[in-house]
Write a protein that binds this ligand. Structure first.
Ligand SMILES: Cc1cc2nc3c(=O)[nH]c(=O)nc-3n(C[C@H](O)[C@H](O)[C@H](O)COP(=O)(O)OP(=O)(O)OC[C@H]3O[C@@H](n4cnc5c(N)ncnc54)[C@H](O)[C@@H]3O)c2cc1C
Length: 385
């Protein structure tokens, strides 16, 4: 066994895992912690991946603290470059690429995988996605000598990369089957304004179509679109969504839905196994953002330290990193009914999503209207009260 039986074992080394470590150590400096991660465990802020190119940052420059320094500061036994391949909830062990480890309590902070589209063509395997700093390093390398980049997907991550790439001096095409940027988050008036700002900056949008095939071409790559058109490009970045990494949990018999299902103590269907971050789903909420995992990490740390704790989610607006047009959005909870009330001006939009009783349930702000975020946020209901 490569971890003591009384260990708290944490799998992953993203923001969720390291935040649990930090929060738990504030309450308990005795319990042995083993952190097992398939990457090198360095601490970095993942949101920076989509706005680091224009400031010329390398992957190494995104790392704020090395894994060795993090482990030393927080008294953690680090098992880096170690993949967890199975969980045995009965024996309370995990199997890893370095052997078995026992746990008394296990925390799964496994994150989410970038969704891969089933693309045709002899260069389909050259489509990249950027979901961690190794991906970012590979992306930067592929951009060496490139001029044209095509982004697949005009959601939050696609728009952020499009803005960053155009600011870094590339020619940028964005292909999306929808009709506007951030289609799932913004009402059309706000989406139009964002499209205008990104188009003015030079981004070319291709709406109502999708990439079907990627072919090698003497001067780069050629994309075949579903509308019959072809697009010449050098680098293709796919940003079509994330899927929680539930396979390990499923194979171990834990309850999963969109993510690993946990209760307000972040406890899975197996006693003494917990999950948080992008991989977890709490009462139907699967929220792949930083603020939810911070709340979850504090609650979990308190629970693991023996305190009574129950997760609450306040409203957590998301700041979209599109400097061409600042956007802040707090989408209404899935399934709530109401309607958008829009105040559209030339350079900004203030959109409030209001329930039938007039209560504010969400908002989308662009441009100067983003300064109203704090005032509006105070009036939003909690996501998990
Ligand atoms: C480009 C980009 C921009 C973003 N921008 C924002 C933003 O502006 N604001 C915001 O709120 N959110 C943003 N997000 C989302 C936010 O970054 C994530 O919600 C958060 O970082 C997820 O952290 P995590 O620890 O749950 O997962 P991850 O960071 O994915 O960590 C998962 C960890 O698990 C490890 N792992 C997985 N499987 C195994 C295994 N079998 N064995 C061992 N280890 C394993 C991985 O190596 C990794 O260390 C962005 C995300 C991306 C990709």
């Amino acid at each position: 066994m490569i971890a003591p039986a009384q260990s708290l074992v944490i799998v992953g080394s993203g923001l969720a895992a390291w935040t649990v470590v930090k929060e738990f150590r504030k309450l308990d400096d005795q319990t042995p912690i083993t952190l097992v991660t398939q990457d090198n465990g360095d601490f970095y802020s993942k949101p920076m991946l989509s706005n680091a190119l224009s400031s010329g940052k390398t992957a190494a420059q995104l790392v704020s603290t090395t894994s060795a320094a993090m482990a030393g500061q927080h008294g953690v036994k680090l098992m880096a470059n170690t993949e967890v391949t199975a969980i045995d909830p009965v024996a309370r062990t995990i199997s890893t690429s370095q052997g078995k480890a026992a746990y008394s309590r296990l925390v799964l902070a496994l994150g989410a995988d970038a969704v891969r589209l089933p693309l045709q063509g002899d260069a389909a395997d050259r489509v990249l996605s950027v979901n961690d700093f190794q991906d970012y390093a590979a992306f930067r390398e592929r951009l060496q000598g490139a001029r044209r980049v095509t982004v697949i997907g005009a959601g939050l991550i696609g728009c952020e990369f499009a803005n960053d790439l155009i600011a870094a001096g590339y020619e940028v095409d964005v292909v999306d089957p929808g009709t506007q940027p951030l289609g799932r988050l913004l009402p059309p008036e706000a989406g139009d304004l964002l499209q205008r700002a990104l188009s003015d900056a030079g981004v070319r949008f291709h709406w109502g179509t999708s990439v079907q095939a990627v072919h090698a071409h003497p001067e780069g790559l050629q994309l075949a679109l579903a509308n019959g058109l072809h697009l010449d490009t050098d680098v293709v970045l796919s940003a079509v969504g994330l899927r929680p990494r539930t396979a390990l949990a499923k194979a171990a018999g834990l309850q999963t839905a969109q993510g690993i299902v946990v209760n307000r103590q972040l406890q899975t269907s197996e006693q003494d196994i917990y999950a948080l971050g992008d991989v977890a789903e709490v009462e139907g909420h699967s929220l792949p953002y930083v603020m939810p995992l911070m709340h979850a990490a504090r609650t979990l740390a308190a629970h693991l330290a023996g305190q009574a704790a129950s997760l609450r989610y306040p409203a957590m607006p998301v700041v979209v990193k599109t400097p061409a047009l600042p956007v802040v959005v707090s989408p209404p909870a899935p399934g709530v009914s109401g309607q958008w009330q829009i105040e559209a001006r030339t350079d900004d939009v203030e959109a409030r999503f209001v329930g039938h009783d007039g209560a504010l349930l969400g908002f989308a702000l662009t441009g100067k209207a983003t300064t109203n975020k704090t005032a509006l946020q105070k009036n939003l209901p909690a996501l998990l009260a």
